[in-house]
Ligand binder design. Structure first.
Ligand code: NAD
Length: 530
């Protein structure tokens, strides 16, 4: 069974980037980068390969100056208190929603993703701002805890901001990845120096502009630009905590360097995420979930599915419906709402995706849908692709493709499916489909991943901002979102206040008698379950 997209459904989108991205917007945003070096780097739009912007590059002196300003601004930002900071974030939420069209334009032009994918980013950042604006004060509030001698020892636990947090983010979700972690750092009373990816600087700067309009002082969030191994490294060497989103290979270097400085590091890294379709699944719903889970943002999504395990009795029926739905997708890079799948963002992505598919073919894999670059649509466009019969020797069997490519595998038993899903160095996200929710949750509990969506692809976990998100194994360290994602930007401080009597041996009591009294007291506390 082989199917490919027809030229009739995938009309080329010839986009006039200069018209769609007014020079005035670019001229307004670029000066927000902390850069005095006079050097620039050019970016181009994946929609048509046209020249986009000349992004100013920060020198190491610029990074130093940004950290000096951020450090000077941090105490006053922290002293405002969590509720006052939260009000700025709620204002940011409102601005994101009112400026969503302009933000989506920038995201589409810089990444080539479909408009519907771009708008989801805006919503995700708004939801993050709302969660933090409403709930951070509660999570960060100091707590009373029992002391060594209840009643005599008062314990207060405070959550002290780390100081200046460095945020390093990739190009695939330029608004979400540039802001989600950093907003939590701000909410916790830190200031931020951020280094977004060069390809998507304008989207990150547009977010920064709104943050400032929302009343966040200039020095509280600053943006620097430049090569990751130079400017990114400079951030790791200066920050009090680093939050990194990107590839596992780079993440390892960043974490090692952060470890050398004994600073905390949150690592949101790669994935090779499995989706499991059990034999009692609603197949139409599972197909719909697979389409969103595999091809959102043309598969350039850390939590997207590249391995699909389907129970053998329903394998053919599922594959047939999944292929039909995939070839019907509107692959149409462009700024309007019509395209369902956009283009890959960089030529390097296209090379990697093509190489993975060709290597799988050479090792005997069959292409059920897609499998071709589409330069007629956009320079780096690639068709949503379904493979089967992928042998273990193929590169994409284990390696992250980070593109619109998924491999289908049949399974006979639940144990076999779970073992196959867990047979990966990564452990970011998974999805389980079954009409029996209890059974699906039992399967979920046996998966070695940071999040599992039952009867949904990605959005149920990723969009639930009260819950943590992150990876097992090579997919990362630490968690974003929820209280976990907020408290990582603080150090816990315990203040113990001793009242009435000290903890030394009371005068007049021998050490031996004191030991006997202590033994009795410990037994009573154990009995009282204190
Ligand atoms: P990348 O690691 O090449 O780059 C990510 C960021 O790190 C960029 O800003 C880059 O400039 C910077 N960087 C590069 N070298 C650096 C260094 N030596 N020191 C400090 N910073 C450096 O990743 P990418 O290719 O841009 O992004 C794709 C990868 O990101 C995929 O593997 C994807 O799975 C992963 N990702 C993970 C998540 C998640 O939440 N787990 C989210 C999005 C993307």
């Amino acid at each position: 069974m082989t199917a490919t997209h027809t030229d009739a459904t995938h009309t080329a989108a010839h986009t006039d980037t200069a018209r769609l991205l007014p020079p005035a917007t670019v001229a307004r945003l670029l000066p927000l980068v902390c850069a005095t070096s006079g050097e620039t780097t050019a970016t181009e739009s994946p929609l048509d390969g046209s020249y986009l912007a000349e992004v100013p590059q920060s020198s190491i002196a610029d990074v130093d100056a940004a950290f000096d300003r951020a450090r000077a601004a941090q105490p006053a930002w922290a002293e405002r208190g969590a509720s006052a900071r939260g009000r700025r974030l709620l204002e940011f939420h409102d601005l994101l929603l009112s400026e969503q069209a302009a933000l989506a334009d920038l995201i589409v032009v810089e990444t080539g993703k479909s408009r519907r994918d771009a708008i989801e980013e805006v919503f995700h950042v708004a939801m993050t701002a709302r969660y933090l604006g409403v709930h951070a004060a509660k999570v960060l509030a100091s707590q009373r805890r029992p002391g060594v001698i209840p009643g005599l020892t008062r314990i207060d636990v405070h959550h002290v901001p780390k100081g200046v947090v460095g945020v390093i983010s990739p190009w695939n979700y330029p608004l979400t990845m540039a802001f989600s972690d950093g907003l939590a750092a701000l909410a916790a009373g830190n200031t931020v120096v951020a280094k977004p990816d060069a390809q998507t600087m304008l989207s990150a700067l547009a977010g920064l502009e709104l943050l400032r309009r929302a009343g966040v002082p200039d020095d509280v969030w600053q943006v620097v630009a430049g090569p990751g191994d130079v400017v990114g490294t400079a951030l790791v060497d200066r920050a009090d905590h680093i939050t990194f989103t990107g590839s596992t290979a780079t993440g390892r270097n960043v974490a090692a360097r952060a470890g050398g400085r004994l600073i905390g590091a949150s690592m949101e890294l790669g994935g090779k995420n499995p989706m499991l379709v059990l034999e009692d699944a609603d197949l139409d719903a599972a197909v719909d979930g697979a389409i969103r889970g595999c091809f959102s943002n043309a598969g350039q999504l850390c939590v997207s599915f590249e391995r699909l395990y389907v129970a053998r009795p329903v394998f053919d029926a599922f594959a047939e419906r999944f292929v039909a739905a995939t070839v019907a997708l509107e692959l149409r890079p462009g700024l309007d709402w019509s395209g369902e799948v956009g283009t890959l963002t960089t030529s390097a992505q296209l090379e990697k995706v093509s190489a993975h598919v060709e290597d799988a073919r050479a090792h005997g894999a069959r292409v059920l849908a897609g499998g071709r670059p589409r330069p007629d649509l956009a320079p780096w466009s690639y068709e949503p692709t379904i493979l089967t019969d992928v042998p273990e020797s193929a590169e994409l069997y284990r390696g992250e493709t980070f593109g619109p490519v998924v491999a289908l595998y049949p399974f006979d038993t639940e144990d076999e499916a779970i073992a196959a899903a867990n047979d990966s160095a990564y452990g970011l996200n998974a999805s389980v489909w079954s009409r029996d929710h209890r059974r699906a949750r039992a399967v979920a509990a046996r998966l070695r991943v940071g999040s599992v969506n039952v009867n949904e692809a990605i959005a149920a976990s990723f969009g639930s901002l009260h819950a943590p998100m992150g990876g097992f194994g090579d997919s990362g360290l630490g968690r974003r979102q929820g209280p976990e994602g907020l408290l990582r930007f603080t150090d816990a401080q315990t203040v113990a206040t001793q009242r009435l009597m000290g903890l030394g041996t009371p005068s007049g009591l021998s050490r031996e008698s004191f030991a006997e009294v202590m033994t009795g007291a410990l037994r009573v506390m154990r009995w009282l379950r204190i």
